[in-house]
Design a protein around this ligand. Structure first.
Ligand code: 3AM
Length: 176
């Protein structure tokens, strides 16, 4: 029997930073602005894979084993609102080359493995609020957090009991 799972590659956020972000978010946005993403679900998507068979998942994971991209520092100094998908996001004004290269590599491996990749340009972001379809007052600045991205991971998106949860399936180091 073959099973498929809804998967994506992403950068995890360090636990301490997840907590800082959600504490700041509670003050920075009104409760009506949108539905807050749970702390443990905060991530920066690198490549969305969609519904993937177990066989294709294995193939993508083995390709990821061979990635030898360097780690990088990421400054979270940008904020924005995309009203159509209803997303309020935290991002970076200057995406480091290492981040763009890692996303490009994962996306091209995904495309070659038959996972549809959106033609929209990659806009690295961490989704903070969903269902934010009404105008939102966006704070003029962020606390300007920075963190060292030392790993990337494969996640499964699971919808259960009316909630989406992201389970980390496998993690890979970025080169020092
Ligand atoms: O990083 P965020 O939260 O913006 O929106 C989905 C989420 O992105 C995105 O993949 C991440 C994990 O679910 N996603 C969902 N469906 C998608 C699709 N068809 C998609 N990204 C691109 N194409």
């Amino acid at each position: 029997m073959s099973s498929s799972r809804r998967l994506f590659f992403a950068l995890p956020l360090p636990d301490a930073l997840q907590q800082q972000v959600i504490r700041w978010r509670a003050d920075a946005f009104s409760p009506e602005a949108g539905r807050p993403v749970a702390a443990a679900n905060l991530h920066l998507t690198l490549a969305f894979l969609g519904e993937v068979s177990a066989q294709k998942e294995q193939a993508l994971a083995r390709l990821a084993d061979r990635i030898a991209q360097p780690g990088f520092s990421l400054r979270l100094d940008d904020l924005g609102h995309w009203p159509r998908p209803g997303v309020v996001w935290l991002g970076t004004r200057r995406a480091p080359r290492g981040l763009l290269q890692l996303a490009e590599l994962l996306r091209s491996q995904a495309a070659r493995s038959g996972c549809y990749q959106s033609p929209m340009p990659f806009h690295p972001h961490i989704t903070l609020l969903r269902a934010a379809t009404q105008p939102v007052a966006i704070p003029p600045t962020t606390p300007g957090w920075a963190f060292n991205a030392e790993t990337f991971a494969l996640y499964q998106s699971v919808f259960e009991n009316g909630r989406t949860r992201y389970h980390q399936l496998e993690q890979w180091p970025l080169a020092p």
